[in-house]
Design a protein around this ligand. Structure first.
Ligand code: WT7
Length: 588
């Protein structure tokens, strides 16, 4: 039996939560006041994320405090204090200067969770260039698409990833001026058309002065996906750091003495906003584990690193649940005091499993690439309703709305109504555009509300409940995948006539990518062809995006206007009645 609510802070309290009284915090909150808790660039020269995250601490008693503890795949530990991080990020900003990479230029990094990734993101921000971290499990196609849309001028990557994924793309990336390679293969040989990251960094000065930075200056580019078309590059500005900072305090309850572990990869926005920026602005020690998920590994990281605040994802929690709470209870976690999760719906069972395994419930929160930071959350000092995403952050107004024919929205004031989740536009970390796609950006707003594309409900206590997506994007292991990107890759195979891609419900990953294809004349469905297509897609898209299953169909259902009806494919896959889906896109 799952209780309707879990009382606030039922467990030993060692630290008083930052947000003690939700109503009061809401009433008293203002973004202007929040901005005052940061220092700004010296001399009133604006606000820069990297200054707030690193430099101001490096000039304070925190200078010698551990900012990052990096754990390598093989268990090696490397620590970076705030002042060491300042010097390294200064060096990288100087490397960019030396290459004449200027303000606004897009600097991409494609790497696993290695220290260089953190140094380049922050150094890029210091240089006033725009940082774009890419997920290292992307295949060549998603990498190419993003570098092209983002007009990446610089790419920092490892020798291995370069050889496997990037070298083959160079002719198709005319705007890419510099590729900086991080050696990860032992013996070094010069690779034509690339520069040596380490050599440049070592030769650069550790002194750098951040130029004046306006709150509205572009800082970060994070790609996300829609139902149709290419991935969308969501632009975030330096002023977003106010939200990164405050949400870390209110929703993750960060305190200066915390050891914080965000398990997300910076290739996805959680890994940047909360894996890099928020812990550093809050002056805590941030754990970075290069290794992939492994339940035993994670329990021992939590234990050995004495993690006090842990931010993770539902898929990981479900995988741990599979191994049983006893596996966790073999360890002790005396320092752990707050657990939060984001990315997909967190099952009520998972909230409670936290209590069984760690003695702490798991606090769900909600946000998106476009929101830049946490928008709805379960706070330590508030009752949890298992299955609910919680309540809007102080400073954030959320509502359930329905679009009107006139292009505006109706706001549902009465609780219990299902509709689209909307946020009143104007919080600091709101995206400022989709790069080169103003029309798609404009379509996200109506009557002063940002429309999230999620369907949700609000109950009479003001808690929000996730219902589903309003579109066809796929969520797998917390990663958003655009069906169109997968369909396009499959269509490049000579045998494929049409492709339709859906998210198939999965007990672990929430959804997995499933493709339906019809074949061109002269090709016949067979097991070897299915395997060939799976391999073909995986090679192009990478493991993070490629379909796990492919079915052959004689033809795909389309609307009268020719669009593939993914919803009908999904209804058939799930054995749901087709009738209620046929109206969605105008009938077959
Ligand atoms: C989409 C955003 C969260 C930042 C990283 C992912 C889904 C997110 C929850 C939650 C149910 C959730 C939504 C949202 N989502 N958090 N707590 N419960 N669904 O950002 O890749 O842009 O994905 O993830 O559908 O719109 P993203």
């Amino acid at each position: 039996m799952i209780p309707e609510t879990i009382g606030k802070r039922p467990f030993a309290e060692r630290v008083s939560p930052n947000l003690l009284d939700y109503e009061r915090a809401r009433a008293e909150f203002s973004w202007d006041k929040a901005a005052q808790t940061l220092s700004g660039l010296p001399g009133g020269r604006g606000i820069n994320i990297a200054h707030e995250a690193v430099d101001r601490h490096a000039q304070s008693p925190l200078a010698t405090h551990r900012a990052l503890r990096w754990i390598g795949k093989d268990g090696t530990r490397r620590d970076f204090t705030y002042s060491e991080l300042r010097d390294l990020t200064n060096r990288f900003a100087n490397v960019l200067q030396g290459l004449a990479v200027g303000a606004g230029a897009r600097v991409f990094v494609l790497a696993g969770r290695i220290p260089e990734l953190y140094v380049t993101v922050l150094g890029t921000l210091k240089n006033h260039s725009v940082s774009c971290p890419l997920f290292s499990a992307f295949g060549p196609e998603p990498i190419h698409t993003r570098l092209s849309i983002g007009e990446g001028e610089v790419l920092i990557t490892t020798e291995s990833l370069y050889g496997k994924k990037v070298a083959q793309l160079r002719d198709r990336l005319p705007q890419l001026k510099h590729v900086l390679l991080i050696g990860d293969r032992g013996a070094r040989t010069a690779i034509p058309g690339t520069l040596d990251f380490r050599q440049l960094l070592d030769a650069a000065s550790p002194v750098f002065e951040i130029a004046p930075t306006a709150a509205e200056d572009y800082a970060l580019l994070h790609f996300t996906s829609g139902t149709t078309g290419k991935p969308k590059g969501a632009i975030h500005v330096h002023g977003a750091v106010i939200a990164h900072h405050v949400t870390g305090q209110l929703a993750l309850d960060l305190h200066p003495e915390d050891i914080f572990w965000c398990t997300a990869d910076p290739g996805w926005i959680t890994g940047t906003s909360y894996g890099i920026i928020s812990p550093l602005t809050n002056g805590v020690t941030s754990i970075v584990d290069e290794g992939d998920f492994d339940a035993e590994r994670w329990y021992s990281v939590l234990r050995e690193e004495r993690v006090s605040v842990w931010y993770t994802a539902p898929t990981a929690v479900r995988m741990m649940m599979k191994g049983g709470a006893e596996a966790a209870r073999r360890y002790e976690f005396p320092d752990l005091r707050f657990i939060a999760s984001v990315g997909e719906p967190l099952n009520p069972q998972a909230v409670l499993w936290g209590v069984e395994a760690f003695g702490l419930p798991i606090h769900d929160n909600w946000w998106q690439t476009e929101t830049g930071g946490i928008m709805i959350a379960n706070y330590p000092a508030m009752d949890i309703k298992p299955g609910s995403m919680g309540r809007p952050l102080p400073g954030v107004e959320a509502a359930i709305v329905q679009k009107t024919k006139a292009g505006g929205v109706d706001v549902w004031t009465e609780p219990g109504m299902e509709g689209e989740l909307a946020l009143r536009a104007g919080w600091p970390s709101m995206f400022r555009g989709y790069l080169h796609d103003d029309e798609r950006y404009r379509k996200c707003f109506a009557d002063g509300w940002y429309l999230t594309g999620d369907l949700a409900k609000r109950d009479s206590d003001g808690y929000f409940w996730f219902v589903g997506r309003a579109d066809d994007v796929i969520k797998s292991s917390g990663h958003l995948i655009g069906p169109f990107e997968v369909e396009s890759a499959l269509m490049e195979h000579p045998a494929v006539a049409e492709a339709g891609v859906i998210g198939k419900p999965d007990p672990m990953q929430f959804e997995t990518v499933k493709a339906f294809v019809s074949l061109k004349q002269g090709f016949e469905a067979s097991e070897p062809l299915r395997r060939e297509l799976l391999g073909f897609a995986r090679k192009r898209l990478g493991a993070a995006v490629a379909p796990k299953e492919i079915d052959f169909l004689a033809s795909l259902p389309r609307t009268r206007s020719g669009k593939i009806m993914r919803r009908l494919l999904k209804a058939r896959e799930l054995g749901l009645p087709e009738g209620d889906t046929s109206t969605l896109e105008g009938g077959g």
